[in-house]
Design a protein around this ligand. Structure first.
Ligand code: PEP
Ligand code: MG
Length: 756
């Protein structure tokens, strides 16, 4: 019987470490391990099964027949051993044969043994084998012995990995299938193709050394990590940004509760007492929590357990000194980034030269992270289920957006096919780029304004690369998103001036800051915690209230456009008075500059964004005040359908080509034309060929789109008969078919429209 004292467990670990350090073949090491454990537990049988080529193979045993070694194999899920590995569960049975999963293997001679206890050998959260003991007499194993087995299994995992007994791929994957190539499908968020190495946004720490040399030193490391972690959490909780009450507060309070949980730190301490290193002790306790979590049915409690998992990773990263996101650690090779989700600012932290693509477990087409990635030219595949479990850090990945898939660990044949497809798409892109100089005029002579959306100075280069008419939407908040603090007026002005200079005589439409929603700034105090930030304190609402913000930006815009035309528009206008106020703030700055004998803009053209449906009902009141109207279909459609634009489950539910949206847009365009106010679309919708065709059919005069879409949309425009399209769209809208997208696509194809 294993003694209850930690000292005894330490003794086993010390003996195991001697085995690990010995210069003997791996098989001899495993044989020694089963002997040590068997002796310590006074058990007749101790065996180790390892995952090899998709099956659990008996690698070493003390007590079963020698002939069975490397002969007895169990599939994942087969028998007790297979069940343990598949479910990452522990089995503790006084009568093994009575268990429904029991599979008798005659070559082992195990019929003499009644009781059975087994634990998974885990590496990187996956089972790579099973460690089990058996006794002749029927007995249930006390918790303390199961605990000891689990601790020993951690050390055995290190031994196995170190001895190269399982290849790295097997060590990283739960099943044989997952070591081989995989194809994971997702939602196309940003088009493109890319190859690279999988890097996790939040790197996971792999515990390399499990047995402590100096227990007290390990304890000190854990204490200091706990202190740092708690300080960090206290800081976050104190941070005014979160205000009082609400969801954030609750999450943080839970964090805090766990961070200070004496039970948690005590268990880690006990694990250290048993001879583990600080990292191994944290991991060991976390394994135990994970296995409890698997048995819990309560979703609320499970959610809380995720918090603990998060916290445990944080502690592990502090103790091992591996802090920060992958962006902060720096990308070393061509990278495909893996994350559950990302904020736009987090994405912007990455080195653009190395970041080749992104795979997200969540994500949606019009979330701002997607828009930023599109602006960066980084393909994004979203809504890939279980991606963080199925892909391993360092895996080779091929991101194929045209197919809406990512190839994981591709075979040479897949790699070859991918390369030729990539070459083909590059050729096609080069061909399209040659159209750059040709005007976007329809076959029947309608000139469509084709502009690009931008947000950073680098994006301005897209003007030359695409031959676009100008910048139809400059998202000024991007500068705020990449900064660590509110950008000063001077730096705003510098950016605007550089953009205008780079654009030359091509127009640039600046949109005043659209902060809030999914573009929250950590350094800006939001005062209240919002349940619905997209419908909350954002954009012009926030800017008007903090008039220092809009005032500063107004001055920066006025000064930057000295001697030129300033084009400015306001986001999220819901009622005309908001426009009036915003315009008054710009005009006041213009007057100030004038009074102080400084050069201001030659003219100011004011525009409004139509994103809130309510504004459509008061167009007659606002249009006379406008030089242009720009429809932001990203927000507009989320409000029309009452469907959160960044909600992963709603990402594909409603189509931009639905009759509701098209009819709504048709009405707005009609009113604008009647009022003689130019109308454009600057949402993501306009960057897709079929949608762009429909918009032109509705009478939209200008599209402002992501740079990568300019070439295909230009080709589409040049192949389109706008009058015929208008006729078809009117017909379809009068009596909409069930599949509007299908009907429009078929019409386009039948009429020779280049839909790509
Ligand atoms: C929109 O809402 O369509 C838009 C262009 O603005 P943003 O995507 O920045 O919210
Ligand atoms: Mg918007």
């Amino acid at each position: 019987m294993l003694a209850t004292a930690a000292a005894s467990s330490r003794e086993i670990l010390t003996r195991l470490q001697e085995v690990m350090a010995a210069r003997t073949p791996a098989q001899a090491k495993l044989n020694a391990v089963v002997t040590i454990i068997g002796e310590a537990l006074h058990s007749e049988v101790c065996s180790i099964y390892l995952l090899r080529e998709g099956a659990l193979e008996l690698f070493a045993t003390r007590g079963l027949r020698e002939e069975a070694v490397h002969v007895t194999r169990l599939a994942l899920g087969e028998g007790l051993v297979g069940r343990i590995a598949q479910d990452l569960s522990v089995l503790n049975l006084d009568e093994a044969a009575a268990h429904p999963d029991f599979a008798y293997k005659p070559e082992t001679g195990e019929e003499f043994f009644h009781s059975f206890a087994g634990v998974p050998i885990v590496r990187r959260e996956r089972a790579i084998g099973v460690l089990c003991v058996q006794h002749a007499e029927p007995r249930a194993y006390p918790d303390i012995e199961i605990e000891a087995l689990q601790t020993v299994a951690m050390v055995v995992a290190e031994l196995i990995a170190g001895a190269g007994l399982v290849d790295e791929a097997t060590a990283r994957s739960p099943t044989f299938r997952d070591t081989g190539p995989l194809r994971l499908a997702g939602q196309k968020l940003v088009e493109g193709m890319a190859a690279g190495e999988a890097v996790f946004h939040q790197p996971r720490v792999t515990v390399e050394f499990t047995v402590a040399e100096d227990t007290e030193a390990e304890r000190a490391r854990v204490y200091s990590a706990f202190r740092k972690m708690r300080e960090g959490i206290d800081r976050m909780t104190r941070d005014a940004e979160f205000g009082a009450g609400g969801e954030h507060q609750e999450v943080l309070e839970t964090y805090k509760m766990f961070a200070y949980d004496e039970g948690w730190s005590r268990r880690i301490n006990e694990a250290i007492d048993s001879g583990l290193t600080a990292e191994a002790a944290i991991e060991r306790v976390q394994q135990r929590t994970r296995s409890r979590m698997r048995e819990i049915d309560d979703p609320l409690l499970k959610e809380r357990m995720h918090d603990l998992e998060d916290l445990s990773n944080r502690l592990l990263r502090i103790v091992s000194g591996q802090l920060g996101t992958a962006a902060q650690l720096g990308l070393k090779r061509d990278t495909i980034l893996i994350a559950r989700n990302l904020g736009p600012a987090e994405l912007l932290e990455y080195d653009r030269r190395r970041l080749k693509g992104v795979v997200l477990e969540e994500g949606s087409l019009t979330a701002h992270v997607t828009i930023v990635a599109r602006a960066m030219g980084v393909p994004v595949l979203g809504r890939v289920r279980d991606v963080r479990r199925l892909i391993n850090e360092g895996d080779r990945l091929l991101l194929d957006l045209p197919e809406g898939a990512v190839y994981v660990r591709p075979t040479p044949a897949i790699e070859e096919a991918f390369c030729s497809k990539l070459a083909l798409s590059q050729r096609r892109r080069a061909e399209l780029a040659q159209l750059r100089g040709l005007p976007p005029v329809t076959k029947d002579g309608r000139r469509v304004g084709l502009m690009v959306n931008a947000g950073l100075l680098d994006d301005v280069a897209a003007l030359d690369a695409t031959g676009a008419d100008g910048i139809g939407l400059f998202r000024t908040e991007f500068q705020f998103l990449v900064a660590a603090e509110l950008p000063r007026r001077e730096s705003q002005q510098r950016l605007y001036r550089s953009v205008l200079e780079a654009a030359g005589d091509r127009p640039v439409v600046f949109r005043t800051v659209d902060i809030g929603g999914d573009k929250a700034l950590p350094y800006l105090d939001h005062e209240v915690v919002e349940d619905n930030p997209a419908m909350g304190w954002r954009a012009l609402r926030l800017a008007l209230e903090r008039d220092g913000l809009l005032k500063g930006q107004a001055r920066a815009l006025i000064e930057a456009s000295a001697g030129r035309v300033l084009r400015v528009m306001f986001p999220m206008i819901s009622e005309p008075w908001e426009f009036d106020q915003a315009r008054a703030i710009i005009e006041a700055q213009r007057a100030w500059v004038h009074e102080h004998k400084r050069t201001g803009p030659t003219e100011v053209h004011y525009g409004a964004m139509l994103e809130v449906p309510a504004l459509a009902e008061t167009l007659d009141l606002i249009l006379p005040k406008l030089q242009f109207l720009s429809i932001g279909t990203n927000d507009l459609t989320q409000f029309l359908f009452a469907a959160d634009r960044s909600h992963p489950k709603l990402a594909e539910r409603y189509d931009w080509l639905s009759p509701a949206i098209l009819r709504f847009l048709a009405r707005v365009v009609r009113e604008c034309r009647a009022a003689n106010v130019p109308v454009g679309v600057c949402g993501e919708m306009g960057g897709r060929t079929v949608e762009a065709m429909a918009l032109i059919g509705l009478g939209v005069e200008r599209l402002s789109i992501t740079p990568a879409a300019v070439a295909p949309v230009r080709a589409m425009i040049r192949s389109l008969d706008a009058a015929a399209c208008a006729e078809e769209v009117a017909k379809l809208l009068a009596s909409p078919p069930p599949d509007m997208r299908g009907a429009l696509t078929r019409w386009g194809e039948a009429n020779g429209v280049a839909l790509g």
